[in-house]
Write a new protein. Sequence first.
Length: 143
Amino acid sequence: MEISNYMRDEHRMCDEAFAKAEQAVNEGDFKKAFEYFEEFMIDTLKHFDKEEEVLFPAFEAATLSTEGPTYVMKMEHNQVRGLLEQIKDAIDKEDKERFFSAADTLMILLQQHNMKEEQMLYAMCDNVLSDQASELVEKMKSH
């Protein structure tokens, strides 16, 4: 549960920052929206790096598979990265309609992505990597 709990908490932290960005855009405060979105984007990309550089390689080594769930998660990370750029551009141009269009797509993708990670992949990591869990969480915290 140690890996699951740590990673789930990071998902929640990212969600909160994005909700603040959405609220700021809704209020027409694009300066504040940019600040919250930047926080969300940085935290989300750091989270992806922790998964792609620490957690996923450990899981892949333990399961001897790079074509399973981690492959799918990495593909979804790339989709999210593209949407982050679209949203950033919409904020820069103060385009509320474009922001919410891309934000809706991002939220659907992230909700599905996070659910797969939290209900399946992280549980698998807790199981397969139980002897390394504390070490991996510490490595991710300092990453």
